[in-house]
Write a protein that binds this ligand. Sequence first.
Ligand SMILES: [Zn+2]
Length: 342
Amino acid sequence: MASRAVVIGPAAYATGSGIDSHPSIGESARMYGEVLAGDAMWGAESCRVLGHGEVQRADGVMRALQEAADETEPEDIFLVVYVGHGQYWSDLPGAQVHFSVGSSHKNEPWTWLSSWYVYRVMRRARAKLKVLIADCCYSNLLPQLGEEPVLPGVLGELDEGTCVFTAVKNANFASAEGCSALPGDLAGCTPFSGHLLRVLRDGTKDHEARLTIGLLREAVKQEMESCAAARHQVPRMSLNDARDGTPLFTNRMESTRRDRAPSLPVAPEDWVRTLMLDRDSRLEDLLRDERKTGDVVAILSSRTDDASRLLARHIDARANKRFSEPRAFARYWNQVEKALRV
Ligand SMILES: [Zn+2]
């Protein structure tokens, strides 16, 4: 195993660059390193927080990313964390979100790092799960969630196993200073990273011993929605085809303080609700019952929203593979068809 995490957090910019320096960026990057080092699934040797010199130029960042990507194997996770400023120039050919590096200047696009380069390295890495956590302005323009995931600009698609989890920010970095509801060092991080790091460091009450990206998203969302100190913009996940079931962090809350494992859903509607939250962790249980699987796919197919339809397709693909025995497949398909005819 050679899972790799690279943390990029350029905190300081030249006077006259037009870009604000924020200690909270550097503090967030440092804390990602500390928290990942303390996670048994990662450890200090799997995680690298890029130094001041490395984040000065796109070249330094990309070399470090490429090196880490090259070390990953097909069973691994490749995690990239970016904390900093984002910028988006719609008048550039193949417009992309650009990430700031230490030498960036506000109105000089060529001094920034195009997110295209970051995706390219991620796409080509051999790791089975690739995750980008982006805490920057314009991160809302990073890959959009949809039936056909659309990236602004030249990169038409993300490959299977890639996932983007972002803070929602529009134009400015007004909330760069920390959230006062967070304890200790986390209060010095940006609000999104601070809340996310608290979930990673202290765990969540969910009964699972390890966190998938879906569970992490839910926990961070809940934290930020119920934060007493501020009304945060709630993060979003542009999730493409990441295998949701792959855990990537340890749930560090003691098991006695966590909720008890819920019993399996019974009614098809309950299954739909459960799978919408986390599409893979209980899917195996559903697939033991061909008829019920059919009922669930039928409900999802009758809905008009993208997320339901994507999930229907996902389950249907798994069902087609699983129910290779003709009678089993007929039991499944009868239920789907019955509902589609109505
Ligand atoms: Zn907060």
